[in-house]
Design a binder for this molecule. Structure first.
Ligand SMILES: [Zn+2]
Length: 354
């Protein structure tokens, strides 16, 4: 059985078919029928039908979408493709495809993709952040998306910027109705707006980084301010969740300097003598959302045992002499830092890998 992921976006719908090992078997992208709920359902069903015809097998279906399914009503909420809001998307697409379908927020899918076989593979607790036109987030614990009773776990973008400095209050107005949300500071448009307001520069983030690298003091200061705000926002997440890895996606995750500079700054805000959290760029880039939608079915019977070790611990083979870190052993309780064979864990590996 194949594993299909669908990224349901405002402008395009993309389907990916993943193989057992996470390899891409097939992919197709179509425009999203604008303003048509029925058309959106049909477009997704047509993609699944085509994938099954091409691959010659039936598949599980996971969907990543903006917004979430309201636990109270079972209806979609908060989606920027507004024709989805208030609709029973899950029931309707399940009826159309004649199978159970899993649906998750697109930032949650991003985090799941990176936690499963991406930059954070092997980490028990992962916080995934999308720094793009907005500022989304998702939490994955032991390979499973954390949702919560309000379906908002990981939605840090509408928390206020913590430890505000002079000039940061009340902060820019946010579409959610409040001021100073992290999204208004840390999203791509937020950064550009701030640089325009303070420095009078009209620069895209990539140009800002280029000029800072070339020695422009104004651009350097603007990026330093951004990095300090990101460090403050993430420090608050570390204080609450203490993730092993934070993965960045979205356009601003391409700023290579963030991965050294932000951890250098967040120590001043995290309530700990030392901070061991790693900040990493996404491995799957723009494909993480659609891959994560497919991985929503990473646990169905008969498959979990074979997939999870390969997917979750790919770089920590039991045959390697020294595990990279004692924190990510195949069985954290039993892991001693010695080789699994020496530690008597070979049997457990064989069990998980078989
Ligand atoms: Zn807001």
């Amino acid at each position: 059985m194949a594993r299909f992921g669908i990224d349901l976006g405002g402008s395009k719908i993309e389907l990916i078919a993943l193989g057992e090992d996470g390899s891409e078997r097939w992919r197709k992208r179509v425009p999203t029928p604008q303003g048509s709920y029925a058309g959106t359902l049909e477009a997704m069903a047509a993609l699944v039908a085509e994938a099954e015809q091409v691959l010659g097998e039936r598949g599980s279906v996971g969907i990543g979408t903006p917004g979430a399914i309201s636990p109270a009503s079972g209806l979609m909420k908060n989606a920027n493709s507004v024709c989805l809001n208030g609709r029973p998307l899950k029931q309707d697409i399940e009826a159309l495809l004649d199978r159970p379908v899993r649906i998750a927020n697109d930032a949650n899918c991003f985090a799941l993709s990176e936690a499963t076989d991406g930059a954070a593979a092997g980490a028990a607790v992962v916080f995934g952040v999308i720094l793009g036109t907005g500022c989304g987030g998702g939490v994955v614990v032991h390979g499973q998306v954390l949702t919560g009773p309000n379906a908002i776990a990981g939605e840090w973008g509408h928390n206020p910027l913590p430890w505000p400095r002079a000039g940061e209050l009340p902060g820019p107005a946010c579409y959610c109705g409040k001021h100073g949300c992290l999204e208004t500071w840390l999203s791509g448009p937020g950064l550009s707006r701030e640089v325009q307001r303070v420095d009078g520069l009209d620069l895209a983030p990539a140009d800002l980084a280029r000029q800072a690298a070339a020695g422009d003091a104004v651009c350097e200061a603007a990026l330093a301010r951004y990095e300090d705000r990101l460090a403050r926002g993430l420090a608050q997440v570390i204080n609450v969740l203490d993730p092993e890895v934070i993965v960045l996606g979205g356009g601003l995750s391409n700023l290579a300097r963030l991965y050294a500079n932000v951890p250098r700054r967040w120590g001043a805000y995290v309530f700990s003598d030392a901070v061991h959290t790693r900040l990493l760029p996404a491995r799957h880039g723009d494909s993480s959302g659609v891959r994560g939608a497919a991985w929503l079915w990473n646990d169905y019977p008969g498959r979990a045992c074979r997939l999870r070790p390969a997917a979750i611990w790919p770089r920590r083979c039991p045959r390697s002499r020294r595990p990279r870190s004692r924190r990510y052993g195949p069985d954290r309780r039993a892991w001693t830092g010695r080789s699994p064979r020496a530690a008597g864990n070979a049997a457990s590996w064989r069990c998980r890998r078989s």
